[in-house]
Design a protein. Structure first.
Ligand SMILES: Nc1ncnc2c1ncn2[C@@H]1O[C@H](COP(=O)(O)OP(=O)(O)OP(=O)(O)O)[C@@H](O)[C@H]1O
Ligand SMILES: [Mg+2]
Length: 362
C-alpha cells in the first residue's frame, strides 16, 4: 500500500498541506509543538478514521474553522484510489473514488496503515485499558469490520449499564443480554483469531529484536475455546453469575470491554516483571509482528507512520528498527526533532520535510 499524495486542510494546526510523500522514507522534522504529530495524525485519520490520540472529532478541526478536509490518492496492488474525509460540526462524511460511502468498513479496506507512537512503548506496564485499546486498533486494522462490531457491542453495553444504574425492568435488561453476549462473542472470536495469527510473528520478532534469552508469549485467555455460539453462551452465563455484583456497581463487569491482553516474558507477567528495556523490546516486536502479519495477509506492507519513536529507543534498538524498515519494502513517514542520527541511515531513499507553526515545507 502506497500513499501517492495527500492533502490536509484545517486539520489541527495545519491550515493547508498538499504533498507527495517519498515512496520509501519521508522524514518530518521540526521543533516541539509545530505540527509534526498533527501531520501524521491527519494521514492516519484519512486511512484509519481514528485520531492517533484520544480526541473528539471537533478537536481535530483547526480552531476557529468550521470544517476539516482530508484527501489522499492510494495505490493498492497497482490500483489507484482516492479517499476523502470531511469533518464538520462533529459529523463525518467519507468518499471513495469520488463517491460518498456510508460503510466505514468498506472505506477502511481501501488502505492499511499502522502507526507507532512513543506512548505505545509504555503499554506493557500500563493498565489493561491501554492494552485493550492497542488490541482493538490492531484487530480493526486487520479486519475493518471489527470496528463496526466493536461499536455495536459498546452500544449494547451502554444500554445494559444504563438499565443496571436505573434499576430498570428485568425483562428490559434481559432483552439486551442475548444480543450483548452475541456481540461480545464476535469480538472474542476476532481477538482470538488475531492472536493466533500474530503470536508466531511476535516470538520470531522478539528473538531478533530483543536479543535476550527470555521467551515471550502473547495470550488472550478471556476468549477461551469453542465456537462463536459457545463463547456467546459462556458470556451470557457469566453475565447472569455476576448480576448481583453488576447491579450493586451499576455497570457490567465481565466481557471483552474488561479483558486484558497478556504478555509474558520468561513465563512471568511482563506487566509486573519486565524491565523498561524489555518492555520496549516487547512493544517493538509486537509492532513488527503486526506489520509482518498484515504483509502476509494483505499481500503488501501497510503504510507506516512512526511518531518520534527513535528518540525513545536506545541506539542499538534504533539500528534494529531502521534495519528492519529498510528491508521491508514499505512506505514510511517518521517524525523527529533531530534528523541528525536518522538521515544518514535512510540515505538516498528519503525525502526530508520541515514543519514550522503548522506550515509544511517539502
Ligand atoms: N484543533 C486545533 N486547532 C489548532 N491548533 C491545534 C489544534 N489541535 C492541536 N493544535 C496545536 O497543535 C500543536 C501541537 O502539534 P503537534 O502535536 O503536532 O506538535 P509536534 O510537532 O508533534 O510536537 P512535539 O515534537 O512536541 O511532539 C499545539 O500547539 C496545539 O495547540
Ligand atoms: Mg509530536
Amino acid at each position: 500500500m502506497k500513499l501517492l499524495s495527500f492533502s490536509l486542510q484545517n486539520f489541527r494546526n495545519l491550515e493547508r498541506v498538499a504533498a507527495v510523500p517519498h515512496p520509501r522514507f519521508t522524514l518530518v522534522c521540526g521543533e516541539n509543538g509545530q505540527g509534526k504529530t498533527n501531520l501524521l495524525e491527519g494521514i492516519y485519520y484519512l486511512l484509519a478514521l481514528r485520531p492517533l490520540r484520544p480526541a473528539k472529532a471537533s478537536e481535530l478541526v483547526r480552531l476557529g474553522q468550521g470544517e476539516a478536509n482530508l484527501t489522499g490518492e492510494i495505490d493498492q496492488d497497482g490500483v489507484a484510489r482516492s479517499v476523502a474525509v470531511r469533518l464538520s460540526c462533529g459529523l463525518r462524511a467519507l468518499s471513495l473514488g469520488g463517491n460518498p460511502v456510508a460503510e466505514v468498513d468498506r472505506y477502511l479496506e481501501a488502505g492499511a496503515v499502522v502507526a507507532f507512537t512513543p506512548d505505545e512503548l509504555a503499554i506493557v506496564r500500563a493498565a489493561p485499558e491501554r492494552r485493550r485499546r492497542y488490541l482493538d486498533r490492531a484487530v480493526f486494522t486487520r479486519w475493518p469490520a471489527y470496528l463496526v462490531e466493536l461499536r455495536e457491542y459498546q452500544r449494547l453495553l451502554r444500554s445494559r449499564n444504563r438499565i443496571l444504574q436505573e434499576r430498570g425492568p428485568v425483562d428490559l435488561r434481559e432483552s439486551f443480554e442475548i444480543p450483548l453476549a452475541r456481540a461480545g462473542a464476535r469480538l472474542w472470536m476476532r481477538r482470538r483469531a488475531w492472536l493466533e495469527e500474530v503470536s508466531p510473528h511476535f516470538t520470531r520478532a522478539f528473538d531478533r529484536i530483543g536479543r535476550l534469552s527470555e521467551e515471550v508469549a502473547l495470550s488472550y485467555p478471556a476468549a477461551g475455546e469453542g465456537t462463536e455460539a459457545d463463547l456467546a453462551s459462556r458470556l451470557l452465563s457469566k453475565l447472569h453469575d455476576r448480576l448481583s455484583l453488576d447491579e450493586a456497581r451499576g455497570f457490567t463487569s465481565v466481557g471483552p470491554h474488561a479483558d486484558d491482553l497478556r504478555l509474558a516474558i520468561g513465563g512471568l507477567s511482563a506487566r509486573v516483571y519486565a524491565s523498561q528495556g524489555q518492555g520496549r523490546a516487547i512493544v517493538l516486536s509486537l509492532k513488527v509482528a503486526e506489520i509482518e502479519n498484515l504483509r502476509e495477509k494483505l499481500g503488501a506492507a501497510p503504510l507506516l507512520l512512526l511518531d518520534d519513536v527513535s528518540s525513545e529507543l536506545d541506539p542499538a534498538r534504533n539500528r534494529e528498527l531502521l534495519g528492519y524498515l529498510r528491508e521491508l519494502s514499505a512506505q514510511v513517514l517518521l517524525t523527529t526533532t533531530d534528523p541528525g542520527p536518522l538521515l544518514p541511515r535512510l540515505q538516498e531513499d528519503a525525502a526530508s520535510w520541515r514543519v514550522d507553526a503548522g506550515v509544511v515545507t517539502v
